[in-house]
Design a protein around this ligand. Structure first.
Ligand code: F6R
Length: 609
């Protein structure tokens, strides 16, 4: 949510910033802008809309200067207009600022500043902060920023430059991610690693309350009270190729197709075939501690919450531990009952989702053990939990989450296997589970070899519809929710996911000949029940598209169209059934001419609550 990049070094900043913004655009695409300082002052250029609008505006008038900041915006305060685009400047126009987050007390600060004669050009909270820093400025940007931030409530990842200090960039973090890229005689700040990979893989992760000063000689980190902080330099193991489209028309399709490999990477090194269990040392929980867990609470948002629901089915069925799955945004603000015997699992692709992070902090405050299933190495959630498993799915750039979802389910399967084997699962059952897990990547490839079938289904049933229903039962009910979410977010078709049997209690009223109904109906323990649900939809004229296992003639006879997925254990079917649904939404969105990788109003990594 909002991308930030800053540069100081010997090279021209503007081009580097624009290239960085191209990689950050998935974090927000309401507007963008850059500010560059050179010996003659500060040059700010910004435009509403996608980055291409800014590039058009700049044309061949690239501002010169070797110090600069750039921003791509996901609007919070104020509409996505050019005046509201970042960078913002102070009253003098000599200090520029970019911001990711929300300044909660901006209204009162703004009023006080207005009373002192300040005038504002935008409706943003960020411009208020720029003016506040300007008021404190007496020739030392670092000092002015530190003073201003002491008066500010809210969340921020910030970067500042001043026309009067062409060799200084100041950045600060509280609640929104920020890291420093350490290059050869050049330094960067960014909200995530993607704009840095081309230049360096050495990074310093800032923590909340920290401020970094970058100069032409290096960087130093301190807190708002001026205490120096020594920080380790970490090496990122992602490379540039991983954040490029590599010939695919969209990141989303690339990431869907990467799933055989991403799933292997999630499982790699964790499976102990002989013992029929998993190795999950990263959880930092001994076998005794795992045995003593009385209850598990899984907390997450969006797609990650859906994977958590699948985890609930797996953990309760196999490990017989009571599990609750909570929206992080709800959990954090109620009075959740958790204690030292509760294991709280936070699931997050980005590791930065504000609500999930806050839920984990709340659980920790109440004495629970926390673990994270996180994709982005070094992210805030990964650093704050007591233990966890990295997904190793590789960077996910498409705004709609795909490969991270299947990797989350796989990571939950690893946790389940370990806990279940410590309780009641036999070695033989454990080995069967591992065998099934190991087969999944190849089975996903089999599905991906038949994408044209899904494309045809998208064209025939969903391309022109206004509504769709996704129905599943048992462990495939969360897959129905996820399938509907994928369709909504990238093709803007209204879709609902429901437990198939619940349909009779309301949604059945929606069914007529115009309603496509996607059933997730592998041959599992509830197969006969879902067949009845299909009959109910057909009796009312609904169009049924069913995901089945090959040879299911009963459903083939009933449904308008079917797509067969390979057989696996019931609890692992979501990893296979979710793939055709990802493809279905992808092809529908493409057919409707939607911007698949940058759906309207959305942004990857939701760092505001
Ligand atoms: C949907 C999607 C979102 C995220 C949610 C949580 O395709 O991507 O629903 O799943 O914003 O994000 P993370 O997993 O980064 O915490």
């Amino acid at each position: 949510m909002c991308g930030i990049v800053g540069y100081i070094g010997p090279r021209q900043a503007a081009e580097l910033l624009l290239e960085g913004l191209r990689r950050l655009e998935y974090r927000g695409y309401d507007s963008s802008g850059i500010a560059v300082v050179n010996g003659h002052g500060l040059k700010v250029m910004k435009a509403a809309g996608k980055l291409s609008m800014l590039e058009q505006q700049i044309g061949d008038r690239m501002p010169s200067g070797t110090l600069g900041i750039g921003h791509t915006r996901w609007a919070t305060h104020g509409a996505p207009t050019t005046p509201n685009a970042h960078p913002h400047t102070d009253q003098s126009g000599r200090i520029a600022i970019i911001h990711n987050g929300i300044i909660e007390n901006s209204t009162s600060i703004r009023k006080a500043l207005e009373a002192r004669g300040h005038t504002f050009k935008s409706e943003t909270d960020t411009e208020v902060l720029a003016h506040l820093v300007g008021e404190f400025y007496q020739g030392d940007l670092e000092d002015a920023v530190a003073q201003a931030l002491r008066d500010v409530d809210g969340a921020y990842g910030l970067a500042f430059i001043s026309a009067d200090e062409p060799g200084v960039l100041v950045a600060a973090r509280k609640g929104s991610p920020l890291l420093v890229g350490v290059g050869e005689n050049e330094w960067f700040v960014a909200s995530d690693a993607s704009p840095l990979l081309q230049h360096t893989r050495s990074v310093v992760y800032l923590d909340d309350g920290e401020l970094v000063v970058l100069t032409r000689d290096g960087y130093r980190v301190r807190n708002l009270q001026s205490t120096r902080i020594s920080k380790p330099v970490n090496q990122i193991d992602w490379d540039l190729a991983m954040v490029e489209r590599n010939g695919y028309p969209h990141f989303m399709l690339k990431e869907i197709c990467e799933q055989p490999e991403s799933l292997c990477n999630t499982l790699r090194g964790h499976l102990l075939d002989d013992e029929g269990t998993s190795r999950v040392h990263g959880l930092n929980l001994s076998d005794d501690e795992l045995k003593q867990v009385g209850r598990i609470v899984i907390t997450a948002c969006g797609t990650s919450w859906h994977s958590g629901l699948i985890g609930e089915y797996m953990l309760e069925e196999m490990a017989r531990v009571p599990v609750e799955v909570e929206y992080a945004s709800e959990f954090r603000y109620r009075n959740p009952v958790v204690d030292h015997r509760t294991l709280v699992i936070g699931i997050s692709q980005s590791g930065e989702t504000a609500d999930t992070l806050a839920a984990i902090r709340e659980a920790k405050r109440r004495g629970a053990r926390t673990v994270g299933l996180v994709n982005v190495v070094g992210s805030t959630i990964a650093r704050e939990v007591d233990g966890g498993i990295y997904l190793h799915a590789g960077p996910e750039v498409g705004v709609a989450s795909t490969k991270a979802f299947t990797s989350q389910v796989a990571a939950l399967a690893l946790v389940t296997l370990r806990v279940a084997r410590l309780r009641n699962l036999s070695i033989l059952q454990g080995r069967q589970f591992i065998e099934a897990l190991r087969r999944l990547p190849e089975q996903i490839s089999e599905i991906l070899d038949r994408t044209s079938e899904i494309e045809a289904l998208a064209d025939r049933f969903l391309k022109t519809t206004s509504n769709a229903l996704y129905l599943g039962r048992g462990v495939n009910f969360p897959v129905a929710l996820e399938g509907a979410l994928k369709l909504k977010e990238i093709s803007y078709i209204h879709a609902e996911g429901y437990p198939a049997a619940e349909m009779k209690h309301g949604p059945i009223a929606l069914i007529d000949e115009n309603m496509p109904v996607v059933f997730i109906a592998p041959r599992d323990a509830v197969h006969s029940k879902i067949v009845s649900n299909i009959e109910e939809v057909k009796a009312r004229g609904g169009k049924v598209i069913a995901l089945i296992n090959a040879g299911d003639t009963e459903i083939e006879r009933l449904a308008d169209a079917t797509f067969a997925i390979p057989e696996t254990l019931d609890l692992l079917t979501p990893i296979l059934t979710s793939i055709p649904l990802q493809l279905l939404s992808y092809y529908v969105a493409v057919a409707r001419g939607c911007n698949v990788d940058q759906p309207r109003n959305l942004a990857k990594s939701v760092t505001v609550e």
